[in-house]
Structure formats: C-alpha cells, structure tokens
Ligand binder design. Structure first.
Ligand SMILES: [Zn+2]
Length: 244
C-alpha cells in the first residue's frame, strides 16, 4: 500500500498543485531555472526532511542526502564521487552562499559506526556502508580514547555531532570551497537535529560546542582550522554532562 500511496500522491500533486495560479513560483522555477543560495547535506533517514525542518519552499536549497550526512574528503578524480559531484555543482555552477551539514540524533549510520552493530543477519555483510562510514571513523576512535568512561549513549550523541565536524573539515579540503570561505563568499554550517526533542543545534565554532539555534542571532559560522574536531572533543570531554 505504501507504494500505491506514492502514486496517489502524484495524482494529488498533478490535480492540486501543478499549473495552479497560486503556485506560480513553481512555474517560474521551471521556466527560469534554479538559483538556490544554500546547499544542504542531510542524512537519507526517512524521518529527516530538511525542507520540512526549515519550512523551505521549492528552489530554496540544493540537497544531497546520504548515509549519516557525511562529506568525503577531496579525493582522487578517477573514482566515482556522487557526493563530491553534487557539491561541485552546487558550489561552482550554482554558486551557493551557504553549505549546511545536517546530522541528527538517533542516526542509524552513526550508531552502527559507534557500536559496530549493523543490524544485519549473521554472516551477512554490507558491501558499501562500512567503508562509507570510515569517513568518520577517526572521530569515533578519538571519542573512545578521550572519554573512555562515558556511557555509550553519550559517546553516540558526541559522535553524531563530531561526524558533522568531520564533514565540515572535509568540505574545506575542496580547494574551491576553501578559497570561497577565505574570501567570505561562502559560509559552512554544522547542524544536528534532535527529532525526539524537536530541537536544532548549531555548531558554535568559537566555543567548540553545538548549541540550540539562536533564531535572532548573527550568522557566525565561518570555520577555521583552529576550531575543528580536536577543539570539539576537548570541549565535550570537559563537560561530559551536557549531551544534546
Ligand atoms: Zn541518519
């Protein structure tokens, strides 16, 4: 029935949305092309919808979704790089002004990385997921080393946030992202959404922590080399009771 619901949903879209005067913005986007100012990199998790979370309209942001919202480091050009290709298009062709990495609490990918439990049948191995999660494995190892006595839930929640930091830094390994950040024409931001609490946490590069978004505050999320993973883990290790 779920698949049929998709088909019926399209029918409703065609009947109630497409071509309607009230949705002229949609027609304008179709005719004139997209000019999104933001790239959002989110998890593929079906419960995380960046458009819903931000109450965004069509055309407002370019989106990449993958397991655990990870960004790989700038790499060899002779491999297949779906994520990097989409990042390149957003930055170099569309000229986005912001990139948001949107991690989340309760992420199955991060949980698998943290625990080694991939929830598959015995003797069954995934072919691609473990290798993909290796992007953030050094963060897991640092957390295990820096906070050996913390409980597992706290380590997982720390890793959910640390993985966002890893992705922010990997974004800066792309030379055309680094140069745009240096020129202040592109800003990158780290978010972590807690779907149980309905809270959105934003990485605060000056303090090395994630804090609830300040809806009235100034944009201050320009990342520098001084406030990366080390800074974040040091701050988390210092205040092991404030799990977000
Ligand atoms: Zn996830």
């Amino acid at each position: 029935m779920t698949y049929r619901k998709l088909i019926k949903g399209f029918d409703a879209f065609k009947r109630d949305f497409f071509g309607k005067e009230v949705n002229a913005d949609y027609q304008k986007l179709v005719e004139e092309g997209q000019r999104p100012e933001t790239l959002v990199i989110a998890c593929s998790d079906s419960r995380i919808d960046p458009a819903l979370l931000t109450y965004s309209d069509l055309g407002q942001f370019f989106a990449i979704r993958n397991v655990a919202a990870l960004v790989p480091p700038y790499g060899e050009k002779d491999n297949l790089h779906g994520v990097s290709a989409a990042i390149e298009y957003a930055v170099r062709a569309l000229g986005v002004k912001h990139i948001v990495v949107l991690g989340h609490a309760g992420c199955g990918g991060i949980n698998a990385l943290a625990t080694g439990n991939y929830q598959v049948e015995p003797n069954t191995e995934f072919e691609f997921i473990e290798k993909w999660l290796d992007i953030a494995r050094h963060a897991k190892e640092r957390i295990d080393a820096e906070m050996p006595d913390a409980d597992q839930a706290y380590k997982i929640s720390t890793l959910e946030q640390a993985a966002v930091i890893v992705s922010l830094h990997n974004l800066l390994s792309f030379p055309w992202i680094k140069s745009r950040c240096d020129d202040n024409v592109l800003k990158i931001h780290g978010w972590c959404f807690d779907m149980q609490q309905g809270e959105l946490y934003e990485y605060q590069p000056d303090r090395g922590i994630f804090d609830t978004v300040d809806v009235t505050g100034q944009d201050k999320a320009l990342l520098t080399a001084q406030n990366g993973l080390d800074f974040f883990i040091k701050n988390k290790a210092c205040c092991a009771s404030d799990a977000a």
